[in-house]
Design a protein around this ligand. Structure first.
Ligand SMILES: [Ca+2]
Length: 92
């Protein structure tokens, strides 16, 4: 009998598959465009949806100023959101 994946393993797989799902809508599943980010936020994180939020997130997360988010830039967003949600963000 195959060993069941742990909750964290499932979570990691979901984070990766969610990136690929939205990144792949324009045929390039290696990066997320602003349009793809907007669709992802609207469906997956509706509290962050909206043109102003999408623009602010792209400007903040697109560290190499490529105009798209690669997987590592997406991971920064996920890490930051986890930190906010768990109250682990340091005081500003
Ligand atoms: Ca980028």
């Amino acid at each position: 009998m195959a060993k069941q994946p742990t909750a964290l393993e499932c979570g990691l797989a979901i984070l990766h598959s969610t990136f690929q799902k939205y990144a792949g809508t324009d045929g390039d599943n290696k990066t997320i465009s602003k349009k793809e980010l907007s669709a992802m936020l609207k469906e997956q994180l509706p509290m962050l949806a909206g043109d102003e939020c999408v623009t602010a997130l792209m400007e903040t997360l697109d560290q190499d100023k490529s105009g798209t988010l690669d997987f590592m830039e997406y991971c920064v967003m996920i890490t930051t959101l986890c930190s906010f949600a768990s109250g682990h963000m340091p005081p500003q």
